[in-house]
Design a protein. Sequence first.
Length: 573
Amino acid sequence: MRRSAQRIRNQAAMGFLFILAFSLSSPAGSWAQEDAEQEQTVEQQIDALVQRIKTRDAELEEMSGKLKSLDESAGAILDTELSERRARQRRDLSELVDLVLAAQDAGADVASARATAVEILKEDSQSMQERMRDLNTANLARVEIIEKGAPGEAEKARNELNESLAVSNRLLNYMDANFDQQEKLGVDVTEDAEAFKKRLEMRAAMVSALLQNAKTKIDEITARPGASEDAEAQKTLSAVKKNRDILAETQRVNVRLMDEYGLETAQLKQGIISATGKLSQDVLNKDVASGLIGDWFEDAGDWLRTNGASLVFQALVFLLILFAFWILARIARGAVRRGLERSKVQASSLAKDFFVKMTGGAILLLGLIIAVAQLGVEVGPVLAGLGIAGFVIGFALQDTLSNFASGLMILVYRPFDVGDAVEAGGVLGAVNQMNLVSTMILTFDNQLLIVPNKQIWGGVIRNITHQTTRRVDLTFGIGYSDDIPKAEKVLNEIVSSHEKVLEEPKPVVKLHELGESSVNFIVRPWSKTEDYWDVYWDVTREVKRRFDEEGISIPFPQRDVHIYNQAGGGEEA
């Protein structure tokens, strides 16, 4: 408002300077005429503004008289209209002061207008002071009702107090601007300013006490058992918090004005931060910061003196519960492990480890929930929050949960175990380790591959070492000119004489097919799974050696190439 007023004054002054400069270039006779016209214009503007202010002042007085005879709803509407008209009235006052000062700076004779402006400002100041006294008296009565009245009456008084504080904040700002305007017009406002400062200090002390009471009320409701589920308590808490915020804003207005008048405000700023729990730039003030730290230490000391014994007892109970459930988890893990080992249910070592760990983890989690509940924490909302968080996390980690589900299926259906040689997920090797998300496979050339369980369960799983015995499939070819019975006899001798070939099932040696270049025998001995490759390599080596001794050929693909000589008409092979 002050910047706007200054801008109007500057514009008016510039207008007068422009007219003055123009008059210097005019004939002497016209100077006096134009100067008189300019003064008449300014006087007319000021007179019109004064008349408008007085007319509106009469209207405001009449509306104020009507307001006392109206009921609450109609009175609220009229009171709103009154507030808007008073705001316009004070804007006109500010404009009047700026016009008078601008005209005075330009050299015009505005003594009469200045006296009129001073008179109006003093009357407005007196009116605002009376209204502030009425508001303060009403507010004290409302505070008493809030403290001692019935819940319904207290809520109504609290709402009225909030509205009254907002109105009084505006009045304080108007009064401060009023003093500033009177000073600009040359009025000595020292006495009024001193009274205003005392009123500010008293008001700040009252608001400080109300802020502290509101904070105490909020702490009391919050600490009440079951308050979070009590609808009436939550309603009261919301109303008190709203009242606290308005009180804090009122105190900020007090602090700003007191800073302008050079009054001490560190304690008040500290009280605002303590009551609201919100830090502001005031915390950078060393007096405020030191006061806050001192209060925090004092509160901590009081809290420890009051709750220290119960806190120590609760901590001991918390630790004892955790220790008891830790021992119980170890006992349960051992019992589950022994039960799985003695059970006839065929479970893989992966499944056994999973169930053992899950049993211990579930018991420890139950113990933690019980221990936390002993500290006074509401477990229900925490579990509900964890459920919602679990849903969100599960939605975000769909692939990971898919791997988790596949891991559970692998544990339940046991397609392989640690140490088994498998071909799964496009990987061939021995299972090295497994968890619920991935399986680690060590390839036969000693590379460790980590394969997601989803990829393994979603494809074909070939467990090479699942059975104790395996059939070794071999194919050998002889030439078409070789002795078939002799070759068959040699193959049977080789297979039968190998120490790692099982007698049962019996080996199979049969003429299988007539190939393009060879007559092919299939040789299918059985061996233990761990002897598979020994039998495969030994039999292959022995067949080559014996065929060479017996003069049996091992043919390889051959191709006849015929070359035609077109010039000579002959053929060469």
